[in-house]
Design a protein around this ligand. Structure first.
Ligand SMILES: [Zn+2]
Length: 125
């Protein structure tokens, strides 16, 4: 079963939830937490055009982090449940289990280009 995960910025009222999902399974929480933990370096590399995440979810995460570089963040799933952003929060991951299976196809949100802050465009081909 898939569980789409989204980043949410808590520094706005109401909170701003990312348009693009950051993960598709609860197991992706680890990567999202790592990205949040390393937000400063990741955003810096991203803005310097020095970081090119190949993964769709990873890119959504970095894009959102770049837009909210110092905000208080949360991770929410498509069912409205909130997950800890702490790296060692394994308990909340293993506690959730559902027996629902099959039948449901992935809900896909259209891919949106995440624009880097304007600046020099790379001369790559
Ligand atoms: Zn924010």
């Amino acid at each position: 079963m898939s569980t789409f995960l989204y980043l949410e910025c808590l520094d706005h009222t109401p909170g701003i939830i990312a348009e693009g999902e950051s993960g598709q399974h609860l197991s992706d929480l680890t990567q999202i937490r790592l990205d949040i933990a390393n937000r400063e370096q990741i955003v810096k590399a991203w803005e310097a055009d020095d970081f090119h995440p190949a993964d769709h979810f990873h890119r959504n995460t970095v894009c959102f982090l770049s837009a909210h570089p110092s905000c208080d963040l949360a991770i929410v799933d498509e069912y409205g449940r909130e997950h800890s952003t702490h790296l060692d929060a394994w308990a909340s991951v293993s506690a959730t289990r559902s027996s629902t299976s099959g039948g449901r196809t992935s809900r896909r949100t259209p891919w949106r280009i995440c624009a880097r802050p304007s600046g020099t465009s790379s001369a790559r081909l």
